[in-house]
Write a protein that binds this ligand. Structure first.
Ligand code: ATP
Length: 671
């Protein structure tokens, strides 16, 4: 294809390398670049450039890693002009879901419902409870290893060896359990996230289907290419002859290996996508050179050659700070204090980003932010559709959308006062029997739920009547269950939970079916605090797990919990690839700050030693700790010794232990 020539004002602000990457005329392209070098900026410029040169927005598809990234690309492409509206931007799962759901004739599986990980574990527990056992593994671990096998396209036996190298578990027992689980899924018409990708990929293997799907798009852009896995490649490969690919990635930011991502695949990109042009960007526009020196050092300390040395366009700034505390509480308290001080000095809350390793470690910071009245959004906190009260309401919608959905039925039925597990199972069996006789869903409910309160049947019928107005259906489900939920959650913040239900109703507006709505938000979740922040003060601090921090940046970034046993995680020790992935997690965290980077850690706290635990001794953990070889001069170090109040000394007249009668007064029992 000839190089395109139309211009967009955004192109004028790019450097020559970025500009070249944005206007490339090659059919397939890979932009391979380090943190903060403008990959997202370049994708946005590319899409705008394509549209200016005549590509219809709806023929452009941008695949992103999260819903948030998709929304950002859409917003930045559109800018002020409606001419740019209509670009598809979504995750791989959302894309697969959309194609599969929109074309049941091509893909099948109409009316099958998608389970999230908790529900999958529930189904697996059901299988394990029926006499099948795997010593040493929990339901969720078996689900994980199956998913790993499918995403990396290896056998279950290989996945078991990779995931549990030191454990003596019986692979045959896992095999038997997994077979039973798969049968159960089929009976109940359940799909999981991987199934959607597999259905899409399996049909794309038919060249006629690939040609047809490819004909919907002129260009498919993929962000965060380093985190694509072999299963996703089975979707990418068949479309190579039919669409143009524009992929963007950074091998040093690959942090999803544990889910099967294979960053090496971007090194063989030009073999997999013949004729692809590879372009590199090296100038970092985000951070000061001192922040990049630390990040560069971290990568250079690796045995792998990442070939990355970031240069700061912005020049110098203060050294990154390293703050050591006695306990995680001291650490969180100091961060909250810094934020408050900065705010009092006139800096907006949005100046700050706090990065944590896990949801669990985020909670300590979260409670400190609440205590200090600091508005925040937590990317990585509770997912809206996974919180208990929302799942309760969704169960009523799910049984209407898929009457075979056992997990949802049992959840719904056990919400009914005085209905326990046994009664719920009996009612479900009666429902199945009625359906097997050929009764409709509504007739089956009328027959099988005879002993249940009238509101349940009437409520489900009302939801079914509104099934194609999904927000109305959500409203009806919430109204039906409000009395029981208000009681169930009476001591657990019911008011806030009710607000979440109103959010769910709002999100459901304009969705075309219950299943589509639920799947969309299960596959690309929103966090509860994202929704409440919309309504609250717009100015807020962002607290994020590093894994949810892709693409984020801020003037000040606090990387919390950078302690021995956390970087690398002691669970990764002994596995070279896993330790390397831990390095990249820290690299992503360090490269988020523009001006001030504060790395914090709790060093002397004995419970930390107890938590890290595992088979490794503390000296092994300390040796592996990335910052144990930190050269002098890269960071400004402060050790915070807590100021404990002095112990009061008693005057001499008060000393000498008195003898105190510690016995209880027995009253007249002693007589
Ligand atoms: N040519 C440029 N001139 C000025 N600023 C730029 C330029 N390119 C990018 N930037 C700015 O640099 C910052 C980083 O850019 P961007 O987020 O696009 O990088 P990225 O490569 O996607 O980063 P990461 O992979 O680390 O998330 C942004 O604030 C962006 O506005």
């Amino acid at each position: 294809m000839a190089e395109q020539t139309g211009t967009d004002e955004l192109l004028g602000s790019l450097n020559p390398g970025q500009r070249e990457a944005a206007v490339t005329g090659a059919s397939h392209n890979l932009v391979l670049a380090g943190a903060g070098t403008g990959k997202t900026t370049t994708i946005v410029a590319r899409i705008r450039h394509l549209i200016r040169n005549g590509t219809a927005p709806h023929r452009i598809l941008a695949i992103t890693f999260t819903r948030r990234a998709a929304a950002e690309i859409r917003a930045r492409v559109q800018g002020e002009t409606s001419a740019m509206e209509g670009v598809g931007a979504m995750t791989f799962h959302a894309w697969a879901m959309r194609e599969v759901r929109a074309n049941p004739d091509v893909f099948g599986y109409d009316g099958w419902s998608v389970l999230d990980s908790d529900d999958q574990a529930q189904v697996m527990r059901g299988v394990l409870g029926r006499g099948k056992r795997v010593e040493g593994l929990k339901a969720a671990q078996i689900i994980d290893v199956v998913s790993f096998a499918r995403n990396t396209r290896i056998t279950l036996a290989e996945a078991i060896r990779a995931k549990f190298p030191d454990q003596t578990i019986d692979p045959k027992a896992i095999g038997a359990v997994v077979r039973a689980y798969e049968e159960r899924k089929k009976e109940r018409r359940y799909l999981n996230y991987d199934d959607l990708l597999m259905i899409f990929a399996a049909r794309l293997a038919d060249p006629a289907v690939a040609e047809w799907v490819g004909s919907h798009y002129d260009e498919i852009l993929i962000d965060e290419m380093q985190d694509t896995n072999p299963l996703q490649w089975t979707i990418i490969d068949p479309l190579v002859p039919h669409a143009r690919y524009y992929c963007v990635g950074d091998d040093a930011q690959s942090i999803y290996g544990f889910r099967g991502a294979d960053f090496a695949s971007i090194h063989s990109f030009s073999e997999r996508v013949p004729g692809a042009r590879i372009m590199r960007l090296e100038d970092n526009y985000r951070s000061t050179q001192q922040i990049l020196d630390l990040s560069n050092w971290l990568l250079e300390a690796s045995e792998l050659d990442y070939q990355k040395r970031l240069r700061a366009v912005r020049g110098s700034g203060p050294k990154p700070e390293l703050h050591s505390f006695e306990t995680p509480q001291d650490e969180a308290g100091w961060i909250a204090g810094e934020l408050r001080r900065a705010h009092e000095d006139g800096l907006p809350w949005s100046t700050h980003l706090i990065l944590v390793r896990s949801n669990y470690s985020g909670r300590a910071i979260e409670s400190m932010l609440v205590e200090n009245d600091i508005p925040y959004v937590f990317f990585g906190g509770t997912k809206l559709l996974e919180s208990a009260h929302v799942r309760d309401v969704l169960s009523a919608l799910r049984v209407v959308a898929n009457p075979d959905d056992e997990v949802a039925w049992l959840r719904l039925l056990t919400l009914v006062p005085r209905v326990g597990d046994r009664t719920a199972v009996r009612a479900f069996d009666a429902l199945l029997a009625a359906r097997e006789e050929g009764l409709s869903a509504r007739e089956s409910r009328a027959r099988a739920l005879g002993s249940m309160p009238e509101w349940l049947r009437a409520g489900l019928d009302a939801i079914e009547d509104a099934a194609d107005r999904v927000d109305d259906a959500v409203g009806r489900a919430a109204a039906m269950l409000t009395p029981v939920l208000a009681h169930k959650y009476r001591n657990e913040n019911w008011d806030a939970r009710q607000r979440d239900l109103a959010h769910v109703e709002r999100l459901a507006a304009s969705r075309s079916s219950i299943l589509e709505f639920i799947e969309e938000y299960l596959l690309s979740p929103v966090f509860t605090s994202e929704l409440t922040a919309d309504q609250k003060d717009d100015d807020h601090v962002v607290l994020s797990t590093v894994h949810s921090a892709k693409g984020l940046e801020s003037d000040w970034a606090f990387c919390a919990g950078v302690s021995p046993g956390a970087y690398p995680s002691s669970r990764a020790l002994g596995d070279v690839d896993a330790v390397e992935e831990e390095r990249r997690v820290l690299y992503v965290a360090l490269t988020r700050a523009r001006d001030r980077l504060c790395v914090t850690r709790a060093l002397f706290h004995t419970p930390v030693r107890a938590w890290v635990g595992g088979p490794y001794a503390m000296d092994v953990i300390e040796d592996a700790y990335f910052l144990s070889t930190l050269p002098d001069g890269l960071m400004a170090e402060t050790v915070h010794v807590p100021q404990r109040p002095p112990k009061p000394v008693a005057p001499p007249g008060l000393s000498g232990p008195p003898e105190i009668d510690l016995g209880v007064d027995l009253g007249d029992l002693g007589d």
